[in-house]
Design a protein around this ligand. Structure first.
Ligand SMILES: Cc1cc2nc3c(=O)[nH]c(=O)nc-3n(C[C@H](O)[C@H](O)[C@H](O)COP(=O)(O)OP(=O)(O)OC[C@H]3O[C@@H](n4cnc5c(N)ncnc54)[C@H](O)[C@@H]3O)c2cc1C
Length: 478
């Protein structure tokens, strides 16, 4: 084989690392193609800071073309794979189809919002898995605070400044922690009636926040959240979401216009289409990250069920730490399968976790050493700067500006409620006007109690459309 064709699907933690490692090791002696719907790698762990107006969205969006020399970027979403014919079919952002032929394939399509069958949630909640959702939340929260400040009705004012976050994992905990700080900063500029204070609620069915992490991190996070005024409710779940609020499992009805759904993620449903064995929705691979029976196909990251050699019988958790390292191993094993070097198994022990709580507070346990307060904050920031594959100076500059200047509380209103439905297999793309919702449903898109303004269409212009949506739209027209 003169110039092997290597196709990588997905440019998240796993796919980006695989592409970067392959580009470095092959020294332009292979055709490396990266298929991704956006032209950037999204550094998800800092997304809560985007929603809270601390970081500008482009800071966490690392240019693929700018940081991956010798890798051909193809914009689009894979919508079919022919394992026998060795081709990937995709749809580009303008709805045109294309096919990529490969000798080796790396699948790294990540995950999407997890749904639970709770009445009203799919209609009234928003997830937190992609940039459009973060931008939506930032604008929505800002708007609620502005409308609350102008309102003469105490009930409506209280509902607008009540923000309910469901799921106290690292995403929900960070969203609530940053959210409370952000809305407090808005109130300082535009006070609410009768000294009212915005109220953030963090709800989880588990007995503690950060249930999947070390208990010491839990205690730190719980303490910081409660001191900050976040209403933490453990062993509580949501029974129903309505246009005006949320009913909790203890029967209490919370008037709110905001329901943020952070109960976790599920593998991107695209992997189901491959027709190979799955483990709880993840594509089953061997410890070499190879799909059994297909030595030319590799999978890694959230979408792959990778045996955890440190915990026999289990699969590695869906974290950036694993995805990033698996991307590197996948790259080495792709090359080994082409006759360069030895293949290796994926084995990695957790190095600890960092949870950014905003306001110079964090909870971290690097190498198992529990840290809190400013030291944890410094470790957390240093970790993120080191882990980001680009934009470090820009991120540090935003942090500096936030430390010395008041937070900018303006809403641009470009991402609307209906364009970021919870039930989507494409959280990285905002839905465009005129496309139907999941399962052919027209998007109603109203989060709890959204005003009519919420459903006004986006500005005209072509936008990203999923292949399935494009097809349904054509069918609808015909
Ligand atoms: C808000 C938030 C905070 C987080 N914080 C942390 C943290 O602090 N620490 C930690 O360890 N983990 C964290 N995680 C989890 C971590 O981000 C994920 O485990 C990690 O992103 C998984 O990497 P991945 O490469 O598998 O998927 P992703 O990073 O999600 O990348 C998947 C890529 O595939 C693309 N894609 C999807 N479908 C297709 C398709 N059909 N065709 C082509 N491309 C496709 C997507 O656009 C995306 O670019 C966080 C997650 C979130 C949502």
């Amino acid at each position: 084989m003169s110039r092997p064709r290597i196709v990588i699907v997905g440019a998240g933690f796993a796919g980006y690392r695989a592409a970067r490692t392959l580009a470095r090791l092959t020294r332009n002696k292979a055709d490396i193609t990266l298929l991704n719907p956006t032209d950037y790698f999204l550094y998800l762990p800092l997304l809560p800071q985007v929603a809270a107006g601390l970081l500008e969205p482009r800071r966490v969006s690392v240019s693929l073309a700018g940081t991956l020399p010798h890798v051909r970027l193809v914009l689009g979403e894979a919508d079919g794979i022919d394992l026998d014919g060795r081709t990937v079919h995709y749809t580009d952002p303008e709805g045109d189809g294309g096919t990529l032929a490969y000798d080796r394939l790396v699948l790294a399509v990540g995950s999407v919002n997890k749904l639970l069958p709770i009445p009203g949630v799919a209609e009234h909640a928003h997830g937190f898995r992609g940039m459009p959702e973060a931008l939506y939340l930032r604008d929505h929260v800002t708007r609620q605070m502005e409308l609350a400040a102008a309102s003469d009705d105490p009930k409506s004012c209280a509902a607008r400044c009540t923000f309910v976050v469901v799921g106290a994992g690292y995403t929900g905990t960070e969203v609530a922690a940053h959210g409370q700080l952000y809305t407090d900063s808005l109130v300082r500029k535009q006070p609410l009636r009768e000294g009212m204070r915005p109220r953030w609620m963090l709800i989880d069915i588990a007995p503690r926040v950060l249930p999947e992490l070390d208990e010491r991190l839990s205690r730190t996070a719980d303490r910081v959240l409660r001191r900050r005024g976040v209403d933490v409710r453990t062993e509580t779940s949501v029974q129903e979401a309505t246009p005006t609020g949320v009913r909790l499992s203890d029967g209490e009805f919370i008037d709110t216009r905001t329901l943020v759904w952070c109960v976790g993620v599920r593998p991107d449903p695209f992997v189901e289409r491959i027709g190979r064995p799955l483990e709880r929705g993840r594509l089953l691979v061997d410890p070499y990250l190879q799909v059994p029976g297909h030595p030319d196909v590799f999978a890694c990251g959230d979408a792959a069920a990778v045996p955890d050699l440190e915990k026999p019988g289990q699969y590695t958790p869906m974290t950036a730490q694993h995805a990033w390292r698996q991307g590197k191993v996948a790259a080495h094993n792709v090359l080994a399968s082409l006759g360069r070097g030895e293949r290796r198994v994926y084995r990695h022990r957790d190095m600890g976790f960092t949870v950014d709580l905003g306001g110079a507070k964090a909870a971290a346990n690097p190498f198992g050493v529990p840290l809190s307060g400013r030291l944890a904050d410094a470790v957390t920031r240093a970790y993120h700067l080191a882990a980001m594959p680009g934009n470090r100076v820009r991120v540090a500059a935003d942090w500096f500006l936030d430390a010395v200047l008041p937070r900018q509380g303006v809403q641009l209103g470009l991402v609307r409620s209906w364009s970021v439905p919870l039930d989507t297999s494409s959280p990285e793309l905002a839905r465009v006007p005129g496309t139907p919702g999941p399962a052919g449903r027209e998007p109603d898109g109203e989060a709890p109690g959204k005003s009519g303004q919420e459903v006004s269409p986006l500005p005209e212009g072509p936008g990203p459309v999923r292949a399935s949506e494009q097809k349904s739209e054509t069918e609808k027209d015909s």
